[in-house]
Write a protein that binds this ligand. Sequence first.
Ligand code: CP
Length: 309
Amino acid sequence: MSKLSVEHLLGIKYLTEEDIQLIFETADQFKEVINRPIKKVPSLRDITIANLFFENSTRTKLSFELAEKRLSADVINFSASQSSVKKGETLIDTVNNILSMKVDIVVMRHPNVGAGIFLSKHVDAKIINAGDGTHEHPTQALLDSYSIREKLGSVKGKNVVIVGDILHSRVALSNIYALKLQGANVKVCGPTTLIPKYITSLGVGVETDIRKALEWCDVANVLRVQNERMDVKYFPSTREYSQLFGINKELLDSIGKEIVIMHPGPINRGVEITSDVADSDSSIILNQVENGVAIRMAVIYLLAQQIKR
Ligand code: CP
């Protein structure tokens, strides 16, 4: 297969396993490119991409911009906090104004669930979801699975636990879809208040004891507690959360087996993970960031192949 089955990247939910393998094989080639002295290919010289960020981002925004520039696309960046959104302009008006400048692909992060899906029905451009509220973050899940594949040879059959604030996490949902599609065994672990009731219907196990979860897994993907999305208290204190669900070196040493540690960032050091774990040899956190560029190059490249030029 050399073509994606979808016209936009709105969520992992809409992809097939073949799509994921095609993205990974394409990313393998781009990973080689970005490790060369000249890290650029001319593939998208005729393509213009707009990065629309209605919510804060460090990794995703920089990674998309770098991926686009490595592909030689023309790039424009939009940040809602410095725009006419502040004067009341709607999402459709904002995007249509940007598209009038002949933009081919829109990469969008938005606080509202389904914002990318909505946009794909109303504008004539390829849409890539860079995170929509608590819903999906597809490129993060792709780079996470790609990093597991790189470290352990494959994703199929691996035991992966996603630890922390599952309820508010688009990374968790996209990872669950991606990992299940590739044949991994998935559990979530965290306070019961931060685990949605529907989670078992996705074929995911629930573990509330962090030690048991770590004893079971090959990979622990540790998530940040998203205080900014919480309007009520979900656990008594940060200190108690760290004691019950935080990953520290003492805990890992007492389990005595090799576990691959991942985190999508940003990290709250000392809350969900201690520095001696985040910066240890077991951690592939910075490999995830590096792989993000190759994965985003692959997604953009494959979607751009569908554009009539
Ligand atoms: N992982 C991730 O989405 O990080 P940013 O919010 O910094 O983009």
